[in-house]
Design a protein around this ligand. Structure first.
Ligand code: BG6
Length: 513
């Protein structure tokens, strides 16, 4: 365990006061989409909110030859276009832009790292960034290994002084399968200590995902019923209305299981399934998350159909417009077997969850954008009212809405006012927007700030990245070896009929939120 993440109260995760040290964030892949859509707008916002100090700098690195000023101009338009308010405060921008630098070069060329080393020293002297560095790998994943190796070779992975820090954030996808994730972890470990490594999963930066910890462990009433005695099953839905949005070529090598399930959805799952941590330090939380995931019963490769369903959208409609099928998207093989929808049934072999299935689903071109966790409780043990009322009895459901319309709803039966006893199912509703009246920070803001602060609670630890792959590998292997009958759902539908039939066979049904 690293000294940084030991249970030291000063390093306590999810802490209240958040004052960041001076530092330089070095972005590899600076001409990419993520830099302009998320990273620089998030850093600008942190600067606007004074959550990072004036002694702050950004170095963008990519192959394109650009001057510092060219890059500043590009980032100015990125912030105006993609920051939440779409508004750029000229004064904040002026100070922020002075700390933006650019370096062009080939990731595999040692010269780039010599130049970077020199530039970082100059920035330390000019801006007072104190030798603190965060490297952000946002290149094509095939370049991660090379960048890591070169950073090591150029002696950029070590701290500049005993008091300064050097950290690295690694974007998803973390590997393509279990073997490549393990290899990447090995390569990272050869150069960086685990406490320097921040594997990002932007779902962990979402406010409602963080709230799962508060909801479960700051309230005394949920923990006693959060188990097999009261819960029938749990559904986690991650639905997107969009298709592959011009990312066909990437998606062909990925599919929804790699892109969403084994990382984002599993992170959410682990927060639902974990035991209470002994403290909020990064490792205490992550120890419990991995412990829960280790209890997931392995899916045997010749029983995949009993645990998983895949789908791919054909032509249909989205938001009232006709949209093409996946195979017609640019960059996609017209005969593609890539899944754009997947559902998994997972069982946990532990005391809390024995006998409680978790159904997970994620898909593109579903009817709406929605991520939610639905905890479905068992029926009351004796239905007094069933003799009085001829109606369908709904179970109680606790729904945590991760996005959009963030909040928590409890569905309960209530008597309809009047002389007869009739029951209607109604919602007790908590809405973030209405209760707090402020919008939540973007996931990348929270996560970048956490990394600068040295708090890795909301980042994936090495063991978790490998465990996610371990769970899905038998499914991916079985699917690779058999030809699916695609497309099998229309764009705009809730996935393939086979997913509904799967739950029907289990005596349950998918929610249609
Ligand atoms: C990304 C995936 O990690 O998450 C995308 O690569 C997906 O395919 C996106 O669209 C969804 O993120 P969010 O925050 O919009 O739910």
């Amino acid at each position: 365990m690293s000294p940084e993440s030991l249970d030291n109260p000063l390093r306590e995760g999810l802490r209240a006061e958040r004052t960041a040290s001076p530092c330089t964030v070095v972005i590899f892949g600076a001409s990419g989409d993520l830099t302009k859509r998320k990273l620089v707008p998030a850093l600008y916002r942190l600067s606007q909110e004074r959550l990072v100090p004036a002694e702050f700098a950004i170095v963008g690195i990519s192959r394109t030859p650009l001057s510092h000023d060219d890059f500043r101009e590009r980032m100015r338009s990125a912030v105006s276009t993609f920051s939440e308010s779409k508004h750029l405060d000229e004064e904040v921008w002026r100070n922020f832009a002075q700390g933006i630098y650019y370096l062009s070069g080939d990731i595999a060329n040692p010269e780039l790292y010599n130049n970077l080393s020199q530039l970082l020293s100059e920035i330390d002297a000019e801006r007072g960034t104190s030798g603190n560095r965060v490297f952000y790998l946002s290149t094509a994943p095939s370049q991660y290994s090379e960048a890591i190796k070169q950073l090591g070779a150029a002696d950029l992975a070590r701290s500049v002084t005993p008091d300064s820090f050097t950290r690295i954030i690694i974007e998803k996808p973390f590997g393509y399968d279990l073997a490549s994730a393990k290899q990447l972890n090995e390569e990272v470990a050869a150069v960086f200590d685990e406490d320097q490594v921040y594997r990002i999963d932007h779902y962990l930066g979402k406010e409602t995902v963080q709230n799962l910890l508060v909801f479960r462990f700051a309230n005394g009433i949920f923990e006693p019923i959060w188990n097999r005695q009261y819960i029938d099953h749990i559904q986690i839905t991650n639905a997107e209305a969009i298709g592959v949005e011009g990312r066909g070529a990437y998606y062909e090598s990925s599919g929804v299981t790699r892109d969403m399930l084994q990382n984002h959805v599993f992170q959410v799952l682990s927060l639902v399934a974990m035991e209470p941590p002994v403290s909020l330090s990064a490792n205490a939380v992550r120890d419990e998350k991995i412990k829960a995931m280790q209890a997931v019963r392995p899916i045997h490769h010749d029983q995949v159909d009993a645990f998983a369903v895949r789908g791919q959208y054909g032509p249909g409609s989205s938001g009232g417009h006709a949209v093409p099928g996946y195979r017609e998207e640019p960059g996609v093989n017209p005969d593609s077997a890539t899944e754009t929808y997947a559902m998994l049934k997972l069982n946990f072999d532990n005391w809390r969850w024995a006998g409680v299935p978790f159904y997970l689903r994620s898909g593109k071109r579903l009817p709406k954008r929605l991520t939610e966790i639905a905890i479905q409780f068992k029926q009351a043990p004796h239905l007094l009212f069933s003799k009085l009322v001829e109606q369908h009895f709904e179970p109680n459901v606790l729904v945590v809405r991760v996005q959009p319309d963030e909040g928590i709803t409890l569905r309960i039966g209530a008597k309809i006012p009047g002389q007869t006893t009739r029951i209607r199912w109604v919602n007790m509703d908590f809405r973030y927007g209405a209760s707090f009246g402020v919008s939540s920070p973007e996931a990348y803001e929270r996560l970048l700030l956490d990394c600068i602060l040295g708090d890795s609670t909301l980042y994936a630890r090495r063991d978790m990245t490998e465990r996610g792959w371990e769970i899905v590998m038998p499914v991916l292997d079985a699917w690779r070896n058999s030809r699916p009958d695609f497309p099998n759902y229309e764009a705009g539908a809730w996935g393939p009929a086979a997913a509904d039939e799967f739950l029907e066979r289990e005596g349950r049904e998918w929610r249609r939120p």
